[in-house]
Each structure stands twice: as structure tokens, then as C-alpha cells.
Design a protein around this ligand. Sequence first.
Ligand code: NAD
Length: 478
Amino acid sequence: MLNMNFIAGEWVAGSSELENVNPSDTSDVVGTYAQASPEQVEQAVAAAKAAQPVWAGMTPQQRADILDQIGTEILSRKEELGALLSREEGKVLAEGIGEATRAGQVFRFFAQEALRVEGTYIDSVRPGVAVDVRREPVGVVGLITPWNFPIAIPAWKMAPALAFGNAVLIKPASLTPGSVWALVEIISRTAMPAGVVNLVMGGGGTVGDTLCGSTDVDAVSFTGSVATGAHVRRMVAGRGGKVQLEMGGKSPLIIMDDADPETAVTCAISGSVMSTGQRCTSNTRIICTPGIHDQVVGQMAEQAKALRVGHALDAGSQIGPVVDQKQLDTNFRYLEIADKEGASRLCGGERLQRPENGFYMSPAVIADCTNDMQHVREEIFGPVVSVLKADDFDQAVAIANDNDFGLSSGICTGSLKYAEAFKRRSAAGMVMVNLPTAGVDYHVPFGGRKASSYGSREQGRAAAEFYTTLKTSYTLAV
Ligand code: NAD
């Protein structure tokens, strides 16, 4: 069966087709997905433009009910949707179900936000004049999403866009279109007017570029790599569109001598190599003070070696495969760089054979790293974690902040003094204390600084900033 695009309320075939292959077992084809042509993207833009005022004109209660219905169905099917997600992306089933659950919760949260669009009423500086400031939808919004969170990221972009009365075009990553297709299928059975949600699957250079270049797309929210993000920013901002980018990370986790060692090692491992290290928020730079360094390094290697790598849908697997051959090659290339840079690979980084033909590798722990090493500075996006040493808290903070990225950061410590000082001094958008840097709540702002993010924050109430625009009205009662 061909999984089609959804344009103007109709399921339509594309100009070509692409197979979605299971990275745990390349003989398993998850499905075949229609690839939209640039003309079809333009049709979807036109449909969204026509439908948006209809959607915005519906009552907040109507929008809330539809979003709630979507969230409720996702939650009631979380095992099935989680399994689909794990099959196409390769994260283990528990994580797949967790992510599907997150998507359902996000829709239900924004269902309620549709009812809470607040404005301000204020007296004018001029006599007899009143001023009100209200939030209105931006209009038509393009959503471009990566492969590593195939349903959560589409949900946390789509739900606020819809809650605030926008129409959307969504372009999922070519490696993982299945989860978004399933989400749009759920939406297609609601009372949402045709054209409010359009699914346009296809490559970045065709569908992505057409979407970013269309002057009828008022705003684009993008999550993906720094290079693509820069391109999207140039295209969208260059024509006067609103743009929001969430990109890479190289998050530091400081481990102080006074940390609880068990908590620290758990944070260091679960925040880095789990999910095959394919999280933008992974704590890939572990910075230890001297008194705890050797203990942490030794236990990290022990724990990493014990992790079971296997088929994402096997109950015994703790880490699934890498998403594809290209990412696997990138991981091995960076491991070679680390070896040449003189760092010590304590374990992992081997190609693993399993009964199925998948992209399996063992998680790698690398010690004796310094912050100027290329593999420590650049995002790898694989199950590879580097450990560095710092003389004291001040040097640890300096190392933590000395990176082009600034998405999330963390500290493991038993001391309130260090915890509070780090929260103040960290140059990241999100800071964790005694927690891994990956793993965030859905009802609070998400985003980073420096090369990690551009534009206003996603998620929580902060999402209103991007998906609405302010209107200031003046009234003189005569
Ligand atoms: P990517 O940049 O290759 O692709 C992201 C999306 O952009 C895909 O849908 C892709 O098809 C599309 N795209 C590619 N070329 C395009 C073009 N010319 N015009 C418009 N769209 C285009 O990223 P990826 O490999 O899918 O994802 C991995 C990256 O995403 C990592 O760097 C990771 O850190 C980042 N990421 C960031 C966050 C965050 O919130 N900060 C979350 C998840 C992933």
C-alpha cells in the first residue's frame, strides 16, 4: 500500500515514491511513501491559505475539542504508534512508546492552551482612548522535522500551530515519514476543515526548499542540523518570513567530587549513549573534577559494556541500531578522529553483527579528552561519549561553556552552592541538576543558545510567541 500525501483534505499520490526501511533489519520495509512534487507543495500552500481563516474563525472550544480528540487517540494507541516509531527510527520500544505518549500529552496540553489565548487591555496615554493587545495566528506555517523524534517533534510544532489558529504544512524527514503519516491519518478523521493540515513528504531540496521559498508560507519552524538550519534561515528570513530553528548540541555534564557517584554515572550514561546517542540534548561531554574522575570513568565503561544492543522491538534490547549507514559512517569517522587525537577509547565503537542486518554499533566511552579535540567540539549524533578532566568548579564551568552549541547542560553535585552557581553561569538554554541533560518536560520552554537555536522557544506557553503575532488596537469611544 502506498502511504500518500494529504493535501487540501485529500490523500494524493506523489511524483515518486520512497521506501521506509527498518534500521534494525534492512529486509523489513516499513512502507512506501509518496514524494510530493514542488507543484503539489504549492497546491498545499494554497489550500492552507484558504483554510486558515476558517480554522481561526472557529471557536477556541471547537479547536480545543479537536486537538483533545487527536491527543486522546494517540494515547489510546501509544503501543502501536510507539512500535511503528521504533520500527522506522530504531529507538527501543519503551522509548518509542514513551515518545508516542509525549505526543499525545502535547496535543492535550495545547488543546487547553487554545482556551487560554490572553491579551492585554490598558489605558492609552491619550485621554479617552483604550488600548488592547491581542494575539492572532501567524497564518500558514511550514513545519520541517528531523528523523530522531519522528512523532514528538511534529506534535510539539503542530499542536501549538493549530491551537492558535494557524494552518500547517508538515514535511517529515525522509528516513521516518511513517509516524507523521499516522498522526495526519488521525487528524484526517476529525472535524478539522480540509486544508488546515497538509502532509507533504519528500526531500529537503525539493519539498523543503519549495516550502521555505513560498511567500504564502508566513512562518517556518525547523528542527535539524546546523547546516540545513542556516539554509532555511537564509531562505525564509531572506523573503521576510518568520523563522524558528532548533539545531544541534554538544551538551556538557559536570560531575563534581561531591556528587553521588551512582547518580552521576547513571546520568552520564543514560544521557549520552541511550537512544543510540541520537538526541540533540545528549550529554556527550562529561567534565569531572579530579577526586571523582577515575571512579566515574571506570564505572561508565563498565555500564556501557553491559548495555545490550539489538533489534529495537526485542524486549531485551537497551540500545537499538544507528538510524542508517550514513550516520554509522559518521560515528566511525569521529571515532577514528578521536583515536588520532590521542584520546583513549575505553570501550565500544565496534560494528556489531546481529541475526538481522541492521546498523548496530557498541556504545563508546572515550577518556583523556581535552576540549580542543575535534570529536569533543563537534556534534557526532551517535552513541559516543567523551570524558574530560577539570581542576575545579570554575574550570569545569569554563570548559562547559566553551563550545559553539548551547542547548542543554548539567551538573551532578551534592552542593546547593555549585548547583545554583551553575544554573546562573551556564551558557545553555536548559540546565539540569543531578539529572541527565536529555529528557525534558513538555509543558515548559525548550530551546538553546548560540548555534543550537534561533528565534523564540518551542513548547509550553512560550510556544505562543512563535505561532502568534501581536495586534495593538486603539479605541476612542465617541
Ligand atoms: P537535517 O538537517 O538533515 O534534516 C532536518 C529536516 O530538514 C529534514 O526534514 C530534512 O529533509 C530537511 N531539509 C534538508 N534539506 C533541506 C532544505 N534544503 N530545505 C528545507 N528543508 C531541508 O537533520 P537530521 O539529520 O534529520 O536531524 C539530526 C539533527 O537534528 C542533529 O543535528 C540534531 O542535533 C538536530 N536536532 C535538534 C533538536 C533540537 O530541538 N535542538 C531536536 C532533534 C534533532
